[in-house]
Design a binder for this molecule. Structure first.
Ligand code: GAP
Length: 503
C-alpha cells in the first residue's frame, strides 16, 4: 500500500491522526486513538519482555522527560545534535540539506561539513523545492533540541529529552548502588522524546515528538561475553560499509559465529545484533528477506558510536529500506562525559578489584516507526476484505465478541466477556450491524479471533454453552465450549521471550 493510502486507512479506523487536526494539523505531531494506543502498548510490552528479559540484571526505569542544560552540554547534544539547514535567498523557505540533495545523493550527507554540502548544492545546481530558484544558502547547523524555561522567567534553561538514553546514563550511579553492584547492568527506558526536525515527513518516520524504547547495557569490555550458543549459527543479513563502498546494495548472509571468528565484530556486539534481528523476525513477524543490518561507516556514525548497525526493513509504503532501530557500541563516551560534566567519579569496582568506567552498548528502538512498519507489512487488501495480520500477542483487541441477535444473545455474550476477561483474555463486545460487517471491522483492527454467540449457545441442546470461533487469517470457523475457546486463544497471546542462555 502507498503511504497516503495506508495513512488514510489508519486514520479512518482511528489508529492515529494528525494532532490539532481541526486547526489543520501540527507538522510532525500525531495523536493515537484507541486501536493505535492499544497496538503501541502491546509493542512496548513485547519490546520490554524481549530485551529487558535478556538478563536478571536488566531493569526498566521511568525518568523525567526534561534535562537540565548541564546534562545536554556534557552529553554533546548542545554542540553536535544538529542537522544542516539551507534557506532559499529568494522565497526564504528553509529545508534540510540532505532532503534537497536526496535526488543527487541518496546515501545522504552524514559526516560532511557545511562547506562540502554547500559545494554539492552548487555542483548539482540544486533548485529551491518551493520557488524553483537556484539561490539556496550555504548550509548551517541547526540544533534540533527544544529548549524551555525551567522555573520562573529568567531562571535556568532545560531541554526536552532528545533521546531516552541520557536518563539511563544519569541513573547509572544510583542503579549501581541499589542493585547487585555487578556488570553487566542494563537500564531501559521507554518514553517520549522531542526533536525539532527541520522537515517532518512520512507520517511516523520523522516526527517532532515520538516514543523511544532504549536499553543501555553497562559492561566491562574485558569480560563481557554473552554465551551465544543459541544464536551462533544464525545467518544475519549484513550490509557492511566496506561492501557498500564497493557498490554492493544487497545484504550477504553471515553467521554470528563467522562474524566473531573472522574478527568482524566483538562477540558481545554480534550476540546483541542477533537477538535484535530475531526480535524483528520472530516477534514482530517481519519476513527475514525484508530485513537488513546496515553498517554505518566511520563518517556516517553518530558522534558517540564506535560500532553502529541500523536495523532496516523494506517498506512498500516508503518505497525502500528504512531504519527502525539500531545497535550502538558507545564505548565509555557517555560516562566519561557525564563524569566530567558532573565532576563525579562514575567508575565502579569490578569483582577482581579493578576500577573501571563501564562501556555502553545501546539497543535503540523507535516505537512509532515500528508501528508504521507493522501496518506496512501486515495490513493488506485481500480480495474483498482488508486484513491486519498482526501476531495475536500484538493485536490491540485480541478477541471480538459478537451476539448474533442483540436482545436474545446479548446477556450470554456479556457473561462470556466477563469470564474471558477474568481468564486474562480481553474481549471487545460488538453488537452493531451484520455479522459480516463486524468481521470486517475486526479484520481491519487486527483482531485475530472473533466469537459469535447464537441461538444454539443459549438454547437447551447438545451445543448449549458453545460458541463459534472464527480465525482472522484463515477465516476457519469451529464450535467450542469455554475451555476449548481458552485453550485455543490464550496461548497465542503470550509474549515471546528472548533466548535465555545469556543469563
Ligand atoms: N539513543 C540513540 C538515538 O536516539 P537515533 O538513531 O537518533 O538514536 C533511535 O534514534 C530511533 O528512534 C531510530 O532508530 C528511530 O526508530 C527513532 N527515531 C529517530 N528519529 C525519529 C523521528 N524524527 N521520528 C520518529 N522516530 C524517530
Amino acid at each position: 500500500m502507498k503511504s497516503d493510502e495506508l495513512f488514510a486507512l489508519l486514520r479512518r479506523r482511528g489508529f492515529l491522526w494528525p494532532s490539532a487536526e481541526i486547526y489543520g494539523g501540527a507538522q510532525g505531531l500525531f495523536d493515537y486513538g484507541p486501536l493505535g494506543w492499544g497496538l503501541k502498548r502491546r509493542l512496548e510490552d513485547a519490546w520490554t519482555q524481549w530485551f529487558v528479559g535478556l538478563s536478571d540484571d536488566y531493569y526498566r526505569i521511568e525518568p523525567a522527560e526534561l534535562l537540565p542544560e548541564a546534562v545536554v552540554r556534557a552529553s554533546g547534544h548542545l554542540e553536535h545534535f544538529t542537522d544542516l539547514e539551507v534557506a532559499c535567498g529568494s522565497c526564504h523557505s528553509v529545508f534540510r540539506a540532505d532532503t534537497v540533495l536526496e535526488r543527487y545523493r541518496p546515501e545522504g550527507v552524514d559526516g560532511m561539513s557545511p562547506e562540502q554540502v554547500g559545494e554539492l548544492l552548487t555542483t548539482y545546481q540544486v533548485r529551491c523545492p518551493s520557488c524553483g530558484k537556484t539561490e539556496l544558502s550555504v548550509p548551517r547547523p541547526f540544533n534540533m533540541m527544544f529548549g524551555v524555561d525551567f522555573g520562573p522567567t529568567g531562571g535556568e534553561r532545560a531541554y526536552l529529552a532528545p533521546e531516552t538514553a541520557q536518563a539511563s546514563y544519569l541513573a547509572f550511579p544510583r542503579m549501581w548502588e541499589v542493585g547487585r553492584k555487578a556488570l553487566p547492568l542494563g537500564i531501559a527506558s521507554v518514553g517520549k522524546v522531542y526533536r525539532n526536525e527541520i522537515a517532518p515527513r512520512q507520517v511516523l518516520f520523522r516526527m517532532r515528538a515520538f516514543t523511544q524504547a532504549e536499553l543501555q547495557i553497562f559492561f566491562d569490555p574485558t569480560t563481557f561475553a554473552p554465551p551465544f550458543a543459541s544464536v551462533a549459527s544464525e545467518p544475519l543479513p549484513m550490509l557492511r560499509a566496506e561492501r557498500r563502498t564497493a557498490g554492493e546494495a544487497a545484504p550477504e548472509l553471515v553467521t554470528v559465529r563467522d562474524l566473531v571468528d573472522t574478527g568482524l565484530l566483538p562477540a558481545f556486539y554480534a550476540y546483541h545484533l542477533a537477538v535484535s534481528y530475531r526480535f524483528y523476525r520472530d516477534v514482530l513477524g517481519h519476513p527475514a528477506n525484508s530485513i537488513r543490518l546496515y553498517e554505518k561507516s566511520d563518517k556516517e556514525r553518530a558522534f558517540y558510536n564506535k560500532i553502529q548497525y541500523d536495523i532496516e526493513l523494506h517498506l512498500d509504503s516508503l518505497g525502500g529500506y528504512r531504519e527502525l532501530g539500531a545497535v550502538h557500541y558507545r564505548g565509555d563516551y557517555d560516562l566519561t562525559r557525564h563524569a566530567q560534566g558532573s565532576r563525579k567519579d562514575l567508575s565502579v569496582k569490578t569483582e577482581d578489584g579493578r576500577r573501571l568506567l563501564p562501556h555502553v552498548l545501546e539497543l535503540t528502538f523507535g516505537l512509532d516507526r515500528n508501528l508504521w512498519a507493522l501496518a506496512d507489512r501486515h495490513l493488506a487488501v485481500d480480495g474483498e476484505r482488508t486484513v491486519f495480520r498482526l501476531p495475536p500477542y500484538l493485536a490491540p483487541v485480541p478477541l471480538g465478541l459478537f451476539p448474533l441477535l442483540k436482545k436474545e444473545h446479548g446477556l450470554f455474550a456479556r457473561e462470556l466477556q466477563h469470564r474471558l476477561q477474568g481468564a486474562g483474555v480481553p474481549a471487545d463486545f460488538d453488537d452493531a450491524g451484520s455479522i459480516g460487517k463486524r468481521y470486517a471491522r475486526a479484520d481491519e483492527a487486527g483482531t485475530p479471533f472473533a466469537v459469535t454467540v447464537d441461538g444454539e449457545s443459549v438454547a437447551d441442546g447438545p451445543n448449549r454453552g458453545t460458541v463459534t470461533l472464527r480465525e482472522r487469517d484463515s477465516k476457519a470457523q469451529v464450535r467450542l465450549g469455554f475451555e476449548g475457546l481458552l485453550a485455543r486463544v490464550a496461548p497465542t497471546l503470550r509474549l515471546p521471550s528472548a533466548p535465555v542462555d545469556a543469563r
